[in-house]
Design a protein around this ligand. Structure first.
Ligand code: ADP
Ligand code: MG
Length: 403
């Protein structure tokens, strides 16, 4: 389900057909296995994954598709992975250690990490010739990296006729991102790509790693993802600073987890907290509450309430957590101005901040007009063209037919 504005984007079956065709040309055989793994977006619950909080993500209808076949030479020791869009390839084995392949393309570390994580006594990582491509925008905060990892794991499952425990699979992929790509991510990205279900969001408890399904009942509502196409953060410093401010605030408030802290506790500790610590604490406590409320409201179809929670989340990220930027604020303000009369339910920044995407709940029928308005007005004010597409909650990683 796409709007007029994303007609340029391939559907999953078009992408699969093209990857399959390219694979055949490159390796001289049709793929024996084809798999897909989606990107993800987080509806609410920002900057609380590392604070024992909740996130409420869904898989999106954008995928990494990977095709594989066994090499002609049964004694071949290395797998060959080929990124179609980047026109680069890497020769990999499951015993490569992190950083052992400095001349390999940048993306190879994600694949390598999964090959290594899959391998264990009684579970050999197969040698394969592989081709892949993606409709998840790269580096846009929609987790193309997790989609790549999860696609790799799913291809290995298909090629070995095994089914990994889904939790184990997501954790293998997370570990690949940690150890091989050097990105200390939480569990949301890989869990979303593995556990995604069409028509459902997932409330993910980042403390217990427990998932609660949140049915996204209304067929007439969709999610608009708008990439501001700006990136202001020059280094990873802001993220590390927020984390340490949260940790020091938690210590000063005197509890072991944010889950045991109310807004009254934050107010009572205000004198001990620096101004930034106080504001960060207010965001964390408020956002934890908003995220569970949003899950309840979505399940019950109370959309107006969901919208209010999204705007409140954005304002808190902008004012208290201070991770928004003019462009994200502008996109949210434009959506807010168009409001329910224009079919808009709610809008907020999503992801780490300082650029990247906003997520907007909108009536399906109103999405094309909203997209036109956002593109025109955002471009007029910033000189930058945003990218927009809609998605309903999508199915997580799965094996596709090879025909
Ligand atoms: P995000 O996950 O938000 O898209 P990341 O920086 O975490 O951004 O991951 C992007 C990286 O993932 C790319 O730079 C590239 O190394 C890798 N990647 C993802 N998809 C592909 C692809 N289809 N082909 C090659 N590399 C890819
Ligand atoms: Mg990523």
């Amino acid at each position: 389900t796409t709007t007029e504005n994303d007609t340029a984007t391939e559907t999953l079956s078009e992408l699969a057909a093209r990857v399959s065709e390219t694979h055949k040309k490159r390796y001289g055989r049709s793929p024996e296995f084809i798999v897909a793994a989606p990107g993800r977006v987080n509806l609410i619950g920002e900057h609380i994954d590392y604070n024992d909080g909740f996130v409420l993500p869904m898989a999106i209808e954008r995928y990494v598709v990977m095709a594989g076949s066994r090499p002609d030479d049964a004694d071949e020791a290395q797998s060959q992975y080929h990124s179609i869009s980047m026109d680069s390839s890497a020769l990999l084995t499951s015993t490569d250690s992190p950083g052992s392949n400095p001349s390999a393309p940048g993306w190879a570390c994600y694949v390598q990490g999964v090959l290594a994580g899959f391998q264990k006594p009684g579970r050999e990582t197969p040698v394969l010739n592989v081709s892949f491509d993606s409709t998840v925008p790269l580096g846009g905060g929609l987790s193309s990296s997790a989609a790549l990892e999860v696609a790799t794991a799913t291809l290995l499952e298909a090629a070995t006729s095994t089914t990994l425990d889904m939790r184990e699979k997501a954790l293998i992929c997370q570990k690949a991102e940690h150890d091989y790509a050097g990105v200390p991510c939480g569990i949301m990205d890989q869990f979303s790509s593995v556990f995604g279900k069409s028509g459902e969001l997932m409330l993910l408890d980042c403390r217990s790693q427990e998932i609660t399904a949140v049915p996204f009942g209304s067929d007439d509502i969709t999610l608009l993802i708008t990439n501001s196409n700006v990136k202001h953060e020059l280094n990873g410093g802001e993220y590390a600073e927020r984390r340490s401010q949260c940790d020091s605030a938690l210590k000063k408030i005197g509890k072991s987890t944010w889950r045991d802290i109310s807004i009254d506790d934050v107010e009572a500790a205000r004198d001990q907290l620096s101004e930034p610590e106080y504001k960060r604490a207010r965001h964390v406590v408020g956002e934890i509450e908003r995220t569970t409320q949003a899950a309840d409201a979505i399940s019950a179809g109370r959309w107006e309430e969901v919208g209010e929670l999204m705007y409140a989340s954005h304002d808190s990220l902008s004012d208290d957590f201070e991770v928004s930027c003019d462009e994200l604020d502008l996109l949210v303000d434009l959506a807010r101005g168009i409001n329910s009369e224009g079919g808009v339910i709610g809008s907020r920044m999503t992801g780490g901040g300082f650029g990247g995407c906003t997520v907007t709940l909108v009536k399906k029928d109103s999405a094309p007009a909203l997209i036109d308005a956002l593109i025109t007005r955002y471009k007029a004010e910033t000189g930058v063209e945003p990218s927009c597409f809609t998605s309903r909650p999508a199915l997580g990683a799965h094996i596709l037919p090879t025909s």
